[in-house]
Design a protein around this ligand. Structure first.
Ligand code: FES
Length: 252
């Protein structure tokens, strides 16, 4: 028989200083209030924590654990599963280069290699999730390779703080990171204006401070091309039958 252990029984003692999160307690409670079960609030709450420190620290894990009455182990398991939660302090900007098959073949691998070498400060190329500059300070950049960023029609793509820069080359990618290092914020190809990693983490937690946080076109001409051609040529998909008979399945 499986023994059910209440989260409170297996909580680790708090040895971390949680006062850094004093300013987000109201927001944490607002997130909890969105869901019938408090544990459902974990993903946005981790983004909220990340908006404070630029990563999910052990203190951040303990904060979520306390707010949601989960064990530290349960929170840790989620943090380490999803790549959007960083376990080391991130740069002001997070640059994600798509190196999945299509982008890689179109130049994504070359872009990633070029950026790792270009941003190196000691002659050793930056590794995955490594940072140039002091994490969190202006002009600091964390670089990572990412799997398909769902913009294959615009590859090779990269993202800065999850905003898209389409149809990149090694040269345009270098220009982009140089601008970020200088403190500039070049406009993404689509979507909202560029902000920084902490700010976008707050947005991912569901808090939008300015109307511009959700501003900007989200669709690209290339993405809409098929629908546009179909419209021009009068193509339509066959309608669904009102009733569909499914084959009998063998009883188990
Ligand atoms: S392979 Fe790069 S966006 Fe899909």
């Amino acid at each position: 028989m499986t023994q059910h252990i209440e989260a409170e029984q297996i909580e680790s003692p708090v040895t971390e200083d949680l006062t850094v999160f004093d300013g987000i307690v109201d927001r944490a409670q607002a997130i909890v209030a969105r869901y019938p079960q408090s544990r459902s609030a974990l993903l946005p709450m981790l983004h909220l924590v990340q908006s404070v420190q630029g990563y999910v620290s052990q203190a951040g894990i303990m904060f979520c654990s306390r707010q949601l009455k989960l064990s530290a182990a349960e929170v840790s398991a989620v943090v380490t599963f999803y790549t959007m939660y960083k376990r080391k302090p991130c740069g002001e900007h997070l640059v994600s280069v798509c190196t999945n098959t299509l982008c890689a073949a179109l130049g994504g691998d070359a872009i990633y290699k070029t950026l790792r070498e270009h941003l190196s400060e000691d002659g050793k190329p930056l590794g995955h999730e490594e940072t140039v500059g002091t994490p969190g300070e202006p002009g600091s950049i964390t670089v990572e390779h990412a799997e398909c960023l769902a913009a294959c029609d615009l590859g090779p793509v990269l993202q800065v703080n999850y905003e898209f820069y389409d149809n990149q080359t090694p040269e345009t990618a270098v220009e982009l990171v140089d601008a970020l290092r200088r403190g500039e914020r070049p406009a993404p190809t689509r979507g909202a204006p560029l902000t920084d990693f902490k700010d976008v983490s707050l947005q991912l937690a569901g808090f939008f401070e300015r109307p511009s946080d959700v501003d900007g076109p989200s669709a690209a001409t290339e993405t809409l091309r098929g629908a546009q051609l179909a419209q021009e040529r009068g193509w339509t998909a066959p309608s669904m039958p009102a009733k569909v008979e499914f084959p009998e399945l063998d009883k188990k």
